[in-house]
Design a protein around this ligand. Structure first.
Ligand code: GTP
Length: 308
């Protein structure tokens, strides 16, 4: 007697969403992001006050694409893109997305934690709380701490985790995946394996722009990695485009006879080579796109919506 064929599983509807990772300095955000992504992808910028909204990692879990994003520094959002970034991180974006507040359980409710809670409490976006570093404290202290935080803002779900010891992370990932809104993936799956490298390259070029130019250029420049090609000889060719808002900024970035962009490229290449431990051929292309940051479609492509 032949066995009945196994029932075909219904096709999984893709889910995709943004999770803003928020927390006081030292709470363990980077450690958690790295643990969730399973690879070291978080990038530390030497000028944190210039940090804009940034994708830290993209995690695939149970059919969902979970995009972990950084929170912006406290800056007055003037341009539409910046406003959208702030809105996405602090609320006002699709309400299915989440804010994940990481609190160092050992440090407890410090002034920075209190300030963040006050700010989050004003946002309609659901907040999930992760009490981190539970390996460092006695379990009976956790519930009172969670209760205290709940008096400061309404927490939808609470997780007790140790990012470093990788405890409690499965449940967190399962629940995040389950609550992402239905929708297509923002990052094609076949690009995902290169994504940390692409982000790293773009970030390092951006860092060099910050170091080597002054005034208005850095804040108006965005870097995207257009292609990443591994070569047979073990080296890699990386093409990045630097977008600026105005022709004058483009001229500053390029410099006399291309000297500035060349210097930026050389420093970025050296740093990338040191980090990747392989030869890098880095090609930089500077484009001005007047009003690019006003482009609605682009904001949509980033998965962000303006608040207005
Ligand atoms: N014992 C223990 N240490 C942890 C845990 N998670 C993070 N840490 C440590 O806490 C320190 C801060 O962690 P980070 O991940 O750098 O914190 P962060 O929130 O990204 O910090 P900023 O980038 O300064 O905002 C590091 O020394 C980590 O090793 C944990 O679960 N248990």
């Amino acid at each position: 007697m032949s066995e009945a064929p196994p029932p075909t599983a219904p096709p999984l509807q893709p889910r995709c969403g943004l999770v803003a990772v928020v927390g006081a300095p030292n709470a363990g955000k980077s450690t958690l992001v790295n643990a969730l992504a399973g690879t070291k992808v978080s990038i530390v910028s030497p000028k944190p006050q210039t940090t804009r909204f940034r994708i830290r990692a993209v995690v695939m879990h149970a059919g969902a694409q979970i995009i972990l994003v950084d929170t912006p520094g406290i800056f007055a959002p003037r341009r539409r893109l910046d406003r959208a970034m702030v809105a996405a991180a602090w609320g006002g974006a699709q309400d299915a997305d989440r804010t994940l507040l990481i609190v160092d359980a050992r440090a407890g409710v410090t002034d920075p934690v209190r300030a963040i809670c006050e700010r989050l409490a004003q946002s309609p976006r659901p907040v999930w709380l992760a009490l981190n570093k539970v390996d460092l404290i006695e379990p009976p202290r956790l519930l009172p701490l969670a209760a205290e935080l709940n008096t400061l803002l309404k927490v939808e779900e609470t997780f007790m985790i140790s990012a470093e010891k990788q405890r409690g992370l499965d449940r967190l990932l399962d629940q995040l995946a389950a609550t992402m809104p239905a929708g297509p993936y923002l990052f094609p799956e076949d690009e995902l394996s290169d994504l940390p490298n692409r982000m790293l390259a773009a970030e390092i070029v951006r860092e060099q722009i910050l170091r080597q130019t002054h005034e208005e250029v850095p804040h108006h420049a965005t870097v995207e990695t257009e292609s990443w090609q591994d070569r047979k000889d073990g080296s890699v060719r990386v093409d990045c485009t630097i977008y600026v808002g105005r022709a004058t900024q483009k001229a500053i970035l390029i410099g006399d006879g291309g000297a500035k962009v060349k210097a930026i490229g050389q420093s970025a290449r050296r740093e990338l080579e040191a980090l990747l431990e392989r030869r890098v051929h880095l090609f930089l292309n500077v484009k001005d796109r007047p009003g690019w940051d006003e482009e609605r479609g682009r904001i949509r492509a980033l998965g962000l919506e303006d608040e207005g």
